[in-house]
Design a protein around this ligand. Structure first.
Ligand SMILES: Nc1ncnc2c1ncn2[C@@H]1O[C@H](COP(=O)(O)OP(=O)(O)OP(=O)(O)O)[C@@H](O)[C@H]1O
Ligand SMILES: Cc1ncc(COP(=O)(O)O)c(N)n1
Length: 265
């Protein structure tokens, strides 16, 4: 059976990040995609012009309307914008208890624009983290969640992943995309084991939405794979392929998107 996978996130009219990237990723990874918006964002490859945060009651309304009808097999949560929207999502998770909830704790866009209010970080840490099955922070997000300095090597990443588990997180992929070097290394801490996931670093400026894509692929693949580790490794391979395929795109003048593809013909 094809899994039904839901994205709860903000939008990107240029199609590179947020809900748009998630839906493309779900399709390319064999899932049926659905979406609930938290914020409408006027953004493109060069940055964010304006954010229109949706009323938390309307986020709830979208979620309840959907979940009363459709079975959901996995959820990817991205941009949540503010504390009230986080609380609205938490209440719905408690009421419907969907499986395989993956949280990408989006705080700041690649362009430097904030996508989560500073006072919402504490609410995310205290109320959301322990309710999800998997969290995918990048290095600045992990530091912010822990109230620590940003780390710069694999040993320190391991220690931070452990402390994130201490906050009640069940499984974590600490993403090292912001580090330098020939490979792009992430650290997975899941189900009692820790492993480094290595992929060749693709030389490109088309890296808008890499975090969204990776978390969405994990949500799409988890119901189709025997365990988290397999789903995560395949998701990383998918992302590397999408980064490479972006070479053939010509979208915008800034950080371009990655390309999602599935050839059925
Ligand atoms: N140039 C690259 N080549 C290969 N993999 C990359 C590259 N840049 C990032 N990645 C990978 O992309 C994923 C996302 O990493 P990153 O640390 O950039 O997350 P992020 O900052 O949340 O992304 P986003 O830009 O969407 O917010 C990780 O698996 C990382 O290793
Ligand atoms: C709606 C939304 N969600 C997430 C991101 C982060 O992606 P990036 O860091 O590549 O800008 C974004 N720009 N917009």
């Amino acid at each position: 059976m094809i899994p039904n996978v839901l994205s709860i996130a903000g939008t990107d009219p240029s199609g590179g990040a947020g809900v748009q990237a998630d839906l493309k990723t779900f399709s390319a990874n064999g899932a049926y995609g659905m979406s609930v918006m938290t914020a409408l964002v006027a953004q493109t490859t060069t940055g964010v012009a304006e954010v229109h945060e949706l009323p938390p009651e309307f986020v709830t309304s979208q979620l309840v309307t959907l979940l009363d009808d459709v079975r959901v097999d996995a959820v990817k949560i991205g941009m949540l914008a503010n504390a009230d929207v986080i609380r609205a999502v938490v209440a719905v998770l408690d009421r419907y208890r969907p499986p395989n909830v993956v949280l990408d704790p989006v705080m700041v866009a690649k362009s430097g624009d904030r996508l989560l209010a500073p006072d919402a970080v504490e609410v995310l840490r205290e109320e959301l983290l322990r309710r999800v099955d998997f969290v995918t922070p990048n290095l600045p997000e992990a530091a912010d969640l822990l109230g620590e300095q940003e780390v710069r090597d694999a040993d320190a990443m391991g220690a931070q992943a452990e402390r994130l588990v201490g906050l009640g997180v069940k499984r974590v992929l600490l993403k090292g995309g912001h580090l330098e070097g020939e490979s792009s290394v992430d650290l997975l801490s899941a189900d009692g084991g820790v492993q480094l996931l290595d992929a060749p670093r693709v030389t490109t400026t088309n890296d808008h939405g890499t975090g969204c894509t990776l978390a969405a692929a994990i949500a799409a693949l988890r119901p189709q794979r025997p365990d988290w580790s397999t789903a995560v490794r395949e998701s990383k391979d998918y992302l590397t392929a999408a980064l490479r395929a972006a070479e053939r795109l010509d979208v915008g003048r800034g950080h371009g998107p990655v390309h999602h593809f599935h050839q059925w013909w």
